[in-house]
Design a protein around this ligand. Structure first.
Ligand code: EPZ
Length: 419
């Protein structure tokens, strides 16, 4: 397993480009399963999760051609031979559940391994399955697999008890061929949901209301394959905004989706950062002392849970008391123990983390535990005094395309030790 060795104490200065959004590519790949023909996606980042999903598509019999250098991915879903997602693939990438909706919609059957929990929480999929049952599918769970059969899905009114991005996406994908109208209420509002709806409409689907909490899908007979360029990754962009702000940096972030980062930007400005839209990007400057701010993770457009660990690293560098409340996932504070090893003063009380910012961190050997926690630890290492070593950085590679290369171009000093 690779590890990163970071010599800290650096300010980040320069320009960085943002890659395509992981959490947009995955549902767009699932949408390709709906059409008989070849879908081409561009601006696709080189990420482990996308490789894993690509392996699953090959397993199902799709023709898949990936050109990571060019950032293009072509998926031919004309001749699927297996309508199933096996455990050994799903266990490494739980978003594989996204093949369920399109397989049932187009082939009326699917067998998908029930995703286990992940480090940050139990992550049930009961709402995905409830929606399919409302649409007339027979759903069974046996031997760790979800088996779904239908003679043809019918439009239904589905209320999602909890805001779930992949739940909303899965049911939107399932509804495009259903007989009649499907209404998804309490739908997720995330930009990646809007992106998927735009792509499905480009394929010929009839969808209204994406980006609001009520999405209406009227079934159609056929969809054409897709040509689509993936939106920039708002969480990668947010990660670099925090990186500049916490290192007293001055970074121009190209193709930064600032409109999708309102809540994060507000918190960064409250903490003393400067954020200005310029020709060709967004400039983020950091000022010390960093001011302590409170935040509470919420479904979009609230403060993103995927930015919680990064902001906690920044609050550990602030000069005051801040409270971070995590409302989405029940176990998303695993980075706290690692930040404490760097001298951070953080107390966890249930869903609340109380951070007493000491204005400094010291480098230490750390272990990555999940994707976004690892990003927070990298940022902490860049700003800390001395050397930080982070093991198990395969977590990082799932969602960031060469983060250490991009940070080094901004003045960081990070070595990847391959093991
Ligand atoms: C998406 O997950 C993202 N993943 C997550 O990003 C992100 O953290 C999350 O949205 C929140 O913004 C993708 O888009 C692939 P969930 P999502 O498992 O919404 C409850 C990353 O770092 N729930 O649905 O699919 C669940 O318990 C990842 O890139 C049910 O109760 O997450 C949780 O409280 C991490 N029943 C909440 O909903 C269900 O059937 C969201 O969890 C489904 C979900």
């Amino acid at each position: 397993m690779d590890r990163l060795v970071i010599e800290g104490g650096t300010r980040l200065v320069g320009t960085v480009g943002i890659s395509g959004a992981k959490n947009a590519v995955l549902p767009l790949m699932a949408a390709a399963l709906l059409a008989d023909g070849s879908t081409t996606l561009t601006n696709v980042p080189r990420l482990k999760d996308i490789e894993t999903f690509t392996d699953l598509f090959s397993h199902m019999g799709c023709g898949v051609f990936a050109d990571p250098e060019a950032g293009t991915l072509r998926i031919n879903a004309s001749r699927l031979t297996r309508m199933e997602a096996p455990y050994d693939l799903v266990k490494t990438m739980r978003a594989s559940i996204l093949v369920l909706g399109p397989l049932v919609a187009r082939f009326k059957t699917a067998r998908v391994s029930l995703p286990g929990g992940c480090a940050i929480g139990a992550r049930p999929v009961n709402l995905h399955l409830m929606g399919l049952e409302k649409m007339g599918a027979d759903v069974a769970i046996e031997h760790g697999y979800i088996t779904v059969k239908t003679s043809g899905l019918k439009g239904a009114r589905i209320y999602l008890d909890t805001s779930t991005v992949t739940g909303t996406e899965n049911l939107m994908l399932a509804a495009v061929y259903a007989d009649g109208e499907t209404v998804i209420e309490n739908a997720a509002l995330e930009p990646e949901v809007v992106e998927l709806a735009q792509a499905l409409k480009k394929m010929g689907a009839a969808i209204e209301g994406a980006g609001t909490d009520t999405i209406r899908i009227s079934g159609v007979k056929e969809l054409r394959p897709l040509e689509y360029s993936v939106m920039p990754d708002r969480i990668e962009a947010g990660t670099f905004m925090v990186a500049s702000a916490m290192t007293r940096g001055n970074v121009l972030i190209k193709n930064c989706p600032l409109a999708n980062l309102e809540s994060l930007s507000t918190k960064l400005v409250d903490a003393g950062a400067g954020i200005t839209a310029e020709e060709g990007g967004v400039r983020v400057t950091g000022n010390w002392p960093i001011k302590s701010v409170d935040m509470k993770t919420c479904p979009y457009p609230g403060f993103p849970t995927d930015m919680q660990a990064q902001m906690m690293a920044m609050m550990a560098m602030a000069s005051g008391l801040s409270v971070i409340t995590e409302t989405i996932f029940e176990n998303r504070f695993m980075h706290v123990a690692e930040l404490r090893r760097m001298g951070a003063d953080i107390t966890v009380d249930g869903r609340n983390a109380i951070i007493k910012g000491l204005g400094r961190l010291s480098g230490a050997p750390l272990m990555a535990t999940d994707l976004r926690a690892s990003a927070g630890l990298v940022l902490a290492g860049v700003v800390a005094d001395g050397t930080t070593e982070i093991s198990r950085i395969y977590h990082l590679d799932r969602g960031y395309e060469g983060i250490e290369v991009k940070l080094n171009r901004l003045g960081a000093n990070i070595k990847r030790i391959k093991e």
